[in-house]
Design a protein around this ligand. Sequence first.
Ligand code: ADP
Ligand code: MG
Length: 346
Amino acid sequence: MFDSKNPQRTPISELGEFGLIDHLVKNAKSKLPNTALAMGDDAGLIDHGAYFTAITTDLLVEGVHFDLSYMPLKHLGYKSVVVNLSDIYAMNGTAEHITVGIAVSNRFPVEALEEIYEGIHLACERYNVDLIGGDTTASTSGLMISITATGRVEKAKATKRSGAKDNDLIVISGDVGGAYMGLQILEREKQVFIENPDMQPELGGHEYILERQLKPEARKDIVDLLHNLQVQPTSMIDISDGLSSEILHLSKASNHQFNVYENKIPIDPSIYTLCEEFNLNTTTVGLNGGEDYELLFTISIEDHDKIKANPHLSVIGYVKEGSGANLITRDDKVVELKAQGFKHHE
Ligand code: ADP
Ligand code: MG
């Protein structure tokens, strides 16, 4: 609670999300010898001798993370599991168990919760994860779902955000920007509907990006693939906030400079035409879109041959000694990458 003896009121916006987290946990000290990794990565790690257990939590709030006017409840349940599993895979681990906390107001009937759980069960089935508990409570303001996922990580395979080295290659799975463009379509059709409720939403032809937004998948297949190819990433993170922001997280945690080629950023062809329609810059969408749940990682240059022919993986740049991150543009200019947006020095 707000302490009346300390009348200082600092707006949260002054610190920003990551500044706030740093501020809150700066005095936390691990006491237990089996706490192997605390805060600052995609999941915490607990040492069990032969292996690590990874633990992560994500909270989804109605009106902030999802809009029920276009998010089907089943998809919401599915997505809320997937976004957590993605953080376990980002440690190069295998997700195993989840617990589900749900806060719901009385405007939701039992059937609505059943639909959410259909999605939760489907994700558990698809990713071979067991639901083992949770908590259910009333809410005065909308729906909230908080999921905690645990997983098992082989010690030799555990991959943190730190660990990228000089000359490493930067690799990304799948493509980026789709989830964001899916959201643009959904928001546009929502506005059309608000202005004219007789209009049917025009969603046809946008299946790929709508699925990226409404029913994302976590890249368990990439963790398995890297295992089969015998590639040990030197650092890894999942792309929840946007490629740019995640590159900067890896760069900061690894204390190295990340250099990314604009023309190597994997973007689905359908996004190019759509960006023109929405008057958006494709690279900006690819860098800052967010919610793609792809894996971004670095590998030793010696492993390049093992991954280079793989259609699921793109090498987008390289690591050097130094700090921060740069975008090498199509016309060979070097531009400093920022978490949100980038400026062309022209
Ligand atoms: P991700 O995008 O991988 O889910 P976040 O950006 O949500 O990670 O969080 C960044 C780091 O801060 C993570 O290591 C997370 O565990 C930690 N963190 C976030 N919120 C809190 C909190 N309220 N208390 C302690 N640690 C937190
Ligand atoms: Mg993450």
